[in-house]
Structures are given as structure tokens and as C-alpha cells.
Design a protein. Structure first.
Length: 214
């Protein structure tokens, strides 16, 4: 069966897998954003502790994804739980690092001016520092999202949802009917999904960043 014919016949199932893949990535990145940005806001007051936490989260990226999924099976079983947990672990580092970098890049003169106006620490963070740091923070979230799209494909090894099922099924039956079509479709769909989410972040950056900061 040719690839166009395969796509025409299997498109409903492929569409479901694309939606599942996008959902699991966005859920994991959403959780990682809350954790990463929250840690960044707290740790920006403690530079030494911030460096330690960044190093620890960065070290987590060195763990092979397939190994991490395997280590999570005894704790969380198979399916959605280990998938989201692993993606959160990998996504925290770029978000935390960029949050700290963005907040540190805010000019001291701007912060001093806000302090002179009588703004509290919370108000300075909400009204001045975070809006100025937002483009850098959003870049960290964007990187974490694109990275998670690729890693989520490997979650099929632990029965995770998404396009990895097509890739793993195709590779497992290589040489059989439609095996190459399955693997190729899953791989290309992952790439196109990453591209689509990347373009979404470009639009989001323009909508959420003030003109003076662009």
C-alpha cells in the first residue's frame, strides 16, 4: 500500500494520536511551567541555591529518556502517569533556567525606580520584573515544549499515548505490510506537530509581550 493510500485510510486514527500527543505534551509543560517559574521566582532571591537547583535539574536531562521511563514503571505503572512525570522532569530545566535568566536581566535601574515609587516586592515582580523577563521565560517554555514533543514519542515504550505508537509498531514489524508507512507517518507527524507548536509560541509571544519589550 502506498503512503498516500495508507494516510487516506488511517487518517481518523492518526488524527486521534496527534491530539493525544499534543494533549500529553501541553499538560506536562503546563505542570513544568508552574514548577519552573515558581522555583525561579523564589530562587532569584538566593543565587547560590538557584545555581544548585539549576545544576540538579540540568543533570536530569542527561538521563536517557528510555531509561527514565523504565525506572518509573515500578512506581507509576504504565500509561499516562509515567509519561507525564518523565516529560515534566525534562521540561523543568529550560523553564527554570530561563526564568532565572530573565529576572536577572532586568536592569537594576528599573527595579530601583519601581522601589522609589513605593511598589512592594510583589508589585515590582508582577508589574515590572516579570513583564520585562517574559520574552526570555516564554522562550524557555517554548524550548521545553518542542523537546517534550520528541521525548513523548518514546513514551510508547511504556504504553504512553501519542504518535510513538505508530513509530514503535512500525519498527517492530519492519518488513511487514505497512510497517514502513506507520513508522514514517509517526515520525513525520511528530516533526509537524513540533513545528505547529513552535509557530503557536511565535504568535503567543507577539500577543503577550508588550511592544516596548519586543
Amino acid at each position: 500500500m502506498s503512503l498516500p493510500t495508507y494516510l487516506a485510510q488511517r487518517w481518523p486514527q492518526i488524527g486521534v494520536l496527534i491530539i493525544q500527543h499534543a494533549e500529553v505534551v501541553l499538560i506536562a509543560v503546563g505542570i513544568a511551567t508552574v514548577i519552573g517559574v515558581g522555583l525561579g521566582v523564589v530562587l532569584q532571591e538566593y543565587p547560590r541555591a538557584g545555581r544548585i537547583v539549576v545544576n540538579i535539574t540540568g543533570t536530569m536531562l542527561t538521563i536517557p529518556s528510555l531509561a527514565l521511563f523504565g525506572l518509573l514503571i515500578p512506581l507509576l505503572g504504565l500509561g499516562l502517569a509515567p509519561t507525564i512525570t518523565a516529560l515534566v522532569v525534562y521540561a523543568i530545566f529550560p523553564i527554570l533556567r530561563n526564568t532565572l535568566t530573565g529576572l536577572e536581566s532586568v536592569p537594576a535601574a528599573v527595579t530601583d525606580a519601581a522601589l522609589g515609587m513605593g511598589l512592594t516586592s510583589g508589585a515590582r515582580l508582577r508589574l515590572i520584573r516579570m513583564p520585562l523577563a517574559w520574552p526570555v521565560v516564554l522562550t524557555g517554555i517554548r524550548i521545553a515544549t518542542i523537546m517534550s514533543v520528541a521525548i513523548a514519542a518514546i513514551a510508547a515504550a511504556v504504553s504512553g499515548p501519542g504518535l510513538g505508537q505508530l513509530i514503535f509498531d512500525g519498527l517492530a514489524r519492519i518488513g511487514g505490510a505497512n510497517a514502513l508507512n506507520e513508522a514514517l507517518t509517526g515520525t513525520c507527524a511528530v516533526a509537524f506537530l513540533a513545528l505547529g507548536l513552535d509557530l503557536l509560541f511565535v504568535v503567543l509571544a507577539r500577543l503577550t509581550t508588550s511592544r516596548g519589550v519586543r
